[in-house]
Ligand binder design. Structure first.
Ligand code: MN
Ligand code: MN
Length: 468
C-alpha cells in the first residue's frame, strides 16, 4: 500500500496543536517493555515501604549499596561525592555533588513518603462486649468508609523507656493474622444509610478488631484486653503505657498487583506519593556524576500539611543546603535562590465514572504520560506555588528534548475543591518550583491505581531534569 502524503491540515495539526490523546500510543514495544520491567521493582518497593520509616530504611539500604555516605556538615564535598542525611528515620535527603559551583544552584527533586492511613491513639487498647479493640485517629485525608472491612496490617515502632525501639510489622506474611475495622451489615444499616457519605463511618467508629479470646484463669473484668496485652507483651516486651511512645499505624495488608487484562496498571496502597519517591530515587541513582549538584528529598508529613520537623515546612532542607555550601564559603541562600526544583507528587486522573469533578481539557489522564501541574491550591489559586512561565518553558524543553511523554493536569474543576503539595514550601526558600508526577485514580483510597507507562515516563522526566 502506498504511503499517503500528509495533508496540509494534518501537518499543521502536528506542528501547532497538542495531541495528548496520542500519548498512549507513542511508546514502542521496547519502551513499554522497559516500563513494565521498571514497574516490577517498583511493586517490590511498595510492598517493602508502606510507612515513611520503612521507605527511609529501604532507601538508605539502596543508597549505601551505591556508595552514599552519611552527610557530615564539616566536610567540603566535591564533585562525585554522594551523601545522605537521615532526618529522624522519617524523612531523607540525599545528594550527589556536581561539577558546577553551588552558586549556580542545585537541582532539587522533592516527593513525600507518608501516605494516608489509620494511626493508633496514644491509649488505644480497650475491651467491649468481650472483643478487644484499638482506638484510632486517621492520618491524612481519607474517605473513612473506604477503610472498613478490608484486611489491615499493623506497622510501626514502639520506643521503650530503656532506650530500645521495637519494630512492629504484623499482617503482611500469609501466615500472620490481619486486623479489620468492622462495618454494619446492610440488614441493619437503615439509619446509617441516611447519613451523609462523609460520615457514613465516623472518626470514632474507626475501631480496629484485634481479639476475642479471654484470659483463661481470671475472674476479673476485661479478660480479653488482658489476654491481648499479654500476647503483645510476650511478643514485643511492651506494656500498655508504651503505646504512648509509639507510632503504630494500620495500612492495607495486601501487596501491589498488576491491574487490568492488559496488565497496564498497578493497584496498590500508597502510590501517593511513593510512586514519585521511587521514580525520583531511581533517576537519582542513574545520575551520580551530574553537572549540577542534585538534592533529592523524601519528606514526611505531607499528607497532614507538611508541619512538624520531618515535614517540608520545617527548615531541615534549608539547613542541609546551607551546610553543604558553607565549607565552600557559599551562603545557603545564594544556592537556594538559583536552584530549580521538581515537586514530585501525584495528580488526580480523569475518572470516567465521575466526569463532573474535572475540567476535561485540563485534567490529567491515565497513560497520557507524566503530568505537569503548573499550580495546585484552590479558590482563585490560593495557597499555591504557581510556577513561572520561564521555569515552565525550561522544564518543557528538557522533557521534549529527551522524548519524555508528558501532559498537563489541574486538580479538579475551578472552585471544586483542590489540594496542595510541598511545592509552596520549597518556593518559599527561593527556588523555582513546578509540580510533576503520576496521574492516580482513587487517590488516598486503600487501593490507588496508576499506569505503568506513566510511572516510567515520570522516571524519565526526573532523570532528564537532573542530567540537564
Ligand atoms: Mn501526594
Ligand atoms: Mn496525598
Amino acid at each position: 500500500m502506498d504511503k499517503k502524503e500528509k495533508s496540509q491540515a494534518e501537518l499543521l495539526k502536528e506542528k501547532l496543536l497538542m495531541n495528548p490523546e496520542n500519548s498512549g500510543i507513542l511508546m514502542n514495544d521496547e519502551q513499554i517493555g522497559k516500563a513494565n520491567a521498571f514497574c516490577e521493582d517498583y511493586k517490590k518497593f511498595l510492598d517493602e515501604a508502606k510507612t515513611e520509616r520503612e521507605a527511609v530504611k529501604t532507601t538508605i539500604a539502596m543508597l549505601e549499596k551505591k556508595g552514599y555516605k552519611p552527610f557530615d556538615a564539616n566536610v567540603a564535598y566535591k564533585a562525585g561525592d554522594k551523601v545522605y542525611l537521615n532526618n529522624r528515620g522519617k524523612a531523607l535527603i540525599f545528594a550527589a555533588l556536581g561539577k558546577r559551583s553551588q552558586t549556580d544552584g542545585v537541582k532539587i527533586l522533592a516527593s513525600h513518603i507518608d501516605s494516608p492511613r489509620i494511626d493508633l491513639k496514644p491509649r488505644p487498647l480497650y475491651e467491649e462486649a468481650q472483643l478487644a479493640m484499638f482506638k484510632t485517629h486517621y492520618y491524612g485525608g481519607i474517605r473513612k468508609y473506604q477503610w472498613t472491612a478490608i484486611p489491615l496490617a499493623l506497622h510501626g515502632v514502639v520506643c521503650k523507656k530503656d532506650g530500645t525501639t521495637v519494630e512492629v510489622c504484623i499482617g503482611e506474611a500469609d501466615d500472620e493474622p490481619i486486623f479489620c475495622i468492622n462495618d454494619l451489615l446492610p440488614h441493619l444499616a437503615k439509619d446509617q444509610n441516611q447519613r451523609k457519605l462523609h460520615e457514613g463511618i465516623k472518626g470514632e467508629e474507626l475501631n480496629v478488631l484485634i481479639g476475642s479470646m479471654p484470659f483463661r484463669d481470671d475472674k476479673l473484668s476485661e479478660k480479653v484486653k488482658l489476654n491481648i496485652i499479654n500476647i503483645i507483651h510476650e511478643k514485643y516486651d511492651i506494656i500498655e503505657k508504651d503505646f504512648l511512645s509509639a507510632e503504630l499505624a494500620l495500612v492495607p495488608a495486601y501487596k501491589a498487583r498488576d491491574l487490568g487484562f492488559d496488565r497496564s496498571m498497578i493497584g496498590a496502597y500508597g502510590h501517593d506519593d511513593r510512586v514519585c519517591a521511587y521514580t525520583s530515587l531511581m533517576a537519582s541513582l542513574n545520575v551520580d556524576q551530574p553537572e549540577y549538584t542534585w538534592v533529592n528529598i523524601l519528606a514526611d508529613k505531607e499528607e497532614t500539611g507538611s508541619d512538624g520537623n520531618t515535614g517540608l515546612s520545617s527548615r531541615f532542607l534549608e539547613y542541609f543546603i546551607a551546610d553543604l555550601a558553607k565549607p565552600h564559603g557559599i551562603e545557603g541562600r545564594t544556592v537556594l535562590m538559583a536552584s530549580q526544583c521538581l515537586s514530585a507528587d501525584v495528580n488526580a486522573a480523569f475518572d470516567p465514572s465521575f466526569p463532573d469533578v474535572s475540567e476535561k481539557r485540563n485534567t490529567s489522564y491515565i497513560s497520557y504520560g507524566a503530568c505537569i501541574t503548573k499550580y495546585t491550591g484552590s479558590g482563585g489559586k490560593y495557597s499555591t506555588n504557581d510556577a513561572s512561565a520561564e521555569f515552565c518553558a525550561r522544564v518543557a524543553k528538557i522533557l521534549d528534548e529527551n522524548g519524555v511523554i508528558w501532559q498537563t493536569g489541574e486538580l479538579g474543576k475551578v472552585d471544586h475543591g483542590g489540594g496542595g503539595t510541598v511545592a509552596k514550601f520549597i518556593s518559599k526558600l527561593g527556588a523555582d518550583v513546578i509540580d510533576i508526577g503520576v496521574p492516580v485514580l482513587s487517590m488516598h483510597a486503600p487501593m490507588e491505581v496508576v499506569s505503568k507507562t506513566d510511572v516510567y515516563n515520570t522516571f524519565l522526566a526526573f532523570e532528564s531534569f537532573i542530567k540537564a
